[in-house]
Every structure is written in C-alpha cells, then in structure tokens.
Design a protein around this ligand. Structure first.
Ligand SMILES: Nc1ncnc2c1ncn2[C@@H]1O[C@H](COP(=O)(O)OP(=O)(O)OP(=O)(O)O)[C@@H](O)[C@H]1O
Ligand SMILES: [Mg+2]
Length: 260
C-alpha cells in the first residue's frame, strides 16, 4: 500500500525529534489513484510537516472511510458527494498564519529560504487531487499545527451494495475478455470487480509466465491485456512485445518468458 511505502521513506528523512504515527482504518475502500502521484502528494505533505517542526513534534498520517455530504462537496469545486477515502497528514508544527493560508496553494508560494523550497508542492498536490476527482483541505492554527485532508472518491464494487463512483458515461463491455497480469492481490481484486461491473470478463494472472500461459490458452478470446510495467518474471515492455510477437506468429510459436 502506497501509504506504508511513503511512511517508510519519510522515516528516513525525519529527524529523531519527530515522531511518525500512522492510523489506517481496517477495510479501507478502494480508490483509483495513480500511486506515483499519491506518494508525491504524501511526501510533500510529510516534508512540509517536518519543515514546520524544526524542534520536533508529531507527524501523523491517517486514513479512513468517510461519506462526503452535499454541503461539503458544494464548497469544494469539482468535488462529489458520497463515499470517499480520507487521508490526513497532521503535524504539531508552526502552523500557518491566517493571512497566508489562502496563498499556500499558489504556484511558487513558499516561505522557505531560497533554494530550499520551490513552492510547487501544494499547487501540484491540488492539481493531482483534482485529477483524481477528489479534493484537498487544510486546517491550521498558528503555533499549534496543521492538518491537510485529502479526499479520494471511493471505488465501490457491486458486491458491496453501494452505488458506483459517479463516473457514469464509460462505454460498457459486452462480455469481452481482458487478461489482467498483476502481482498485487488487491489490484487483481479491484480490477476484476471493475471489469465485471462494466460488463467485461477477466482472466487473472499473478506473474508474467502464468500470464503468458493463460494468454496462449485463451488467445482467441483475449481482447486486451492489462499489466504493470514492472512484474516478477517479466519487464512490461518486453512482455508486451512477447505477447504481440506471439500473436503475430499464430497459431504456434512465440517465445516463452524466461522467468527473469
Ligand atoms: N504543514 C505546514 N506547516 C506550516 N506551513 C506549511 C505547511 N505546509 C505548507 N506550509 C507553507 O506553505 C508553503 C507552500 O508549501 P509547498 O509545499 O507548496 O511549497 P514548499 O514546501 O515551500 O516548496 P516545495 O514543496 O516545492 O519544496 C510553505 O513554504 C510553507 O510556508
Ligand atoms: Mg513542500
């Protein structure tokens, strides 16, 4: 999970005087997020918190499920009401004076000494949250600390009995088969649920070599392959060319994945 990775990274950058706490609720809903961007946002918030606590303090990252009310959605442009995963990053640092709080999201706004901050962290975070259909809020009290709240729309499966993500105009499938190769069980579960909810069948493989086996067995019906660029036993681009190469040489042929 991205939050755990970021916490591991942050631990290395935090001075001893800053205690890092994590509070993740069990059964967090799934969010559809770009993990690189999510870690970028969390790292910036974590580093901002650290910089606001030169004499130490507490940095707490938490995540829980929440339902965003109509009123809250209305007060945040682009936000939707309904189920969200809320990630908060809280510090007990200097806080942000009220006269500056409306400016912190502006590009290039920084009060860090020249060369230390570009002032792009929060404006980038804002852009990334909007790109995910979510939003971001800040609460701060000078001298006491700051809390940033990131709201990500939850992706809920039909099985959970909760209505969809609000994205209603995606083209639906008609039982086409999609091969999914991913080593993350959670990724496979959510992709499977999403594909099913949108009218597709799916075949799941946990690594490159078994993905190739499945592909060979079902190549006449596999219409698309979804995989990661980095997978055990396969490098994405190479694996892709092997599938394409394999298909070009139908009905037989194609190399085996080396398992490297
Ligand atoms: N947790 C915080 N506590 C106190 N002030 C903060 C906090 N987070 C942000 N700020 C203020 O908002 C400003 C802008 O933050 P932002 O992350 O956009 O830029 P930066 O941290 O200065 O530079 P960069 O992130 O590009 O390295 C900071 O310079 C700081 O003054
Ligand atoms: Mg920053």
């Amino acid at each position: 999970m991205v939050i755990n990775d970021v916490v591991t990274l942050l631990k290395e950058t935090l001075p001893r005087a800053v205690a890092l706490e994590m509070a993740l609720a069990d059964d967090l809903w799934f969010v559809s997020a770009n993990s690189t961007q999510l870690s970028q946002v969390l790292m910036n918030l974590g580093v901002n918190g650290r910089d606001a606590m030169p004499r130490g303090g507490r940095l707490c990252i938490s995540a829980r499920n929440v339902t965003v009310s109509e009123a809250l959605a209305k007060s945040n442009p682009g936000a939707r009401s309904g189920p969200h995963v809320l990630i908060t990053v809280m510090d007990t640092g200097s806080g942000i004076p009220p006269e500056l709080i409306n400016r912190i999201f502006d590009p290039f706004f920084t009060i860090k000494v020249a060369g230390k901050g570009t002032g792009l962290g929060l404006s980038t975070a804002m852009g990334i949250m909007k790109g995910h259909g979510g939003f971001l809020q800040v609460q701060s009290e000078a001298g006491r600390g700051t809390e940033f709240s990131l709201y990500f729309p939850a992706v809920l499966t039909e099985a959970e009995g909760v209505v969809s993500t609000g994205v209603t105009d995606l083209p639906r499938g008609h039982g086409e088969t999609v091969l999914v190769i991913d080593d993350g069980p959670a990724v496979r579960a959510v992709v499977h649920a999403l594909l099913k909810a949108h009218g597709y069948n799916s075949l799941m493989a946990a690594d490159g070599p078994s993905g190739l086996v499945l592909f060979r067995e079902h190549q006449s019906i596999v219409k698309a392959v979804i995989t990661d660029m980095m997978m055990p036993g396969i490098q994405g681009a190479g694996g892709y060319s092997r599938i394409v190469g394999h298909q070009a040489r139908l009905p037989r042929g194609g190399e085996e994945w080396s398992g490297q």
